[in-house]
Design a protein around this ligand. Structure first.
Ligand code: G3H
Length: 251
């Protein structure tokens, strides 16, 4: 039984003061982590505030990126070792914005996944196709290749506790959600890819999210699909009322 997972990704939004205001607003309104795991991914500058405010609540925390080395002369990068030491739980890697704007490769993402596990953090690994790729019928091969590359060298036990996220680029921040059937189809293909690379136990255990214009109005329909275990939510995660509604989608 996979615990549902609702994660916000604030991207480059909110400062520490706004982070604290969000934490104050959601306090006592999120479900128990055994019912729905809730996570906020925030800019590095907000993580100290986020981790302190989440302590003793069901909310878990995520960084939106990290480097693949623990420390050294890498100006501007974020250390996974330091993220662990400060109490962060997850790191989002492979987001299409990082792949696109910052030229991150599959190889970088794989190195980051390994560094995340080495530091006893957990990755949320994103994949997804462009509109051109979808229209050319390349979606399934493309996301399978991204997942295979990201997971290369990871053990089945690591993959079982990793979180994968299918985010079609054409649905991110556009208001254009993939239909629940479209999302289910690709998420099921990602699960089948994990089964092919590892085994059925691993594929049954790994949680796979859908991301792309998820909001309180469509979360129920998406979550009703058998392979969709959660949402990676951008825009609709920034407003506390909206995040509370997403987290409590079962009520
Ligand atoms: O990581 C989140 C995704 O990029 C989705 O963003 P969105 O919910 O604003 O479309």
């Amino acid at each position: 039984m996979r615990t549902p997972f609702i994660a916000g990704n604030w991207k480059m939004n909110k400062n520490p003061k706004e982070t604290q205001a969000f934490l104050d607003a959601v306090k006592g309104k999120l479900p128990d982590a055994s019912k729905v795991e809730t996570v906020i991914g925030a800019p590095a500058i907000d993580l100290t505030t986020l981790v302190a405010g989440a302590e003793g609540t069901p909310l878990k925390t995520a960084a939106e990126n990290c480097y693949f080395e623990d420390e050294g002369a890498y100006t501007g990068e974020t250390s996974p070792k330091a993220l662990k030491e400060m109490g962060v739980d997850y790191v989002i890697i492979g987001h299409s914005e990082r792949r696109g704007y910052f030229h991150e490769t599959d190889e970088d993402i794989n190195k980051k996944a390994k560094a995340i596990f080495k530091n006893n953090l957990l990755p949320i690994i994103c994949c997804g196709e462009s509109l051109t790729q979808r229209e050319a019928g390349q979606t399934e091969d493309w996301v399978a290749s991204q997942i295979e590359a990201a997971l290369a060298g990871l053990t089945a036990d690591q993959v079982k506790v990793a979180v994968l996220a299918y985010e079609p680029i054409w649905a991110i921040g556009t208001g254009k959600t993939a239909t629940a059937d479209q999302a289910q189809e690709v998420v099921a293909h990602i699960r089948a890819t994990v089964e092919k690379l590892y085994n059925k136990d691993t594929a049954d255990a790994v949680r796979i999210l859908y991301g792309g214009s998820v909001k309180p109005a469509n979360v129920k329909e998406l979550m009703a699909k058998p392979d969709i275990d959660g949402g990676l939510v951008g825009g609709a995660s920034m407003d506390s009322e909206s995040f509370i509604a997403l987290a409590n989608y079962q009520d």
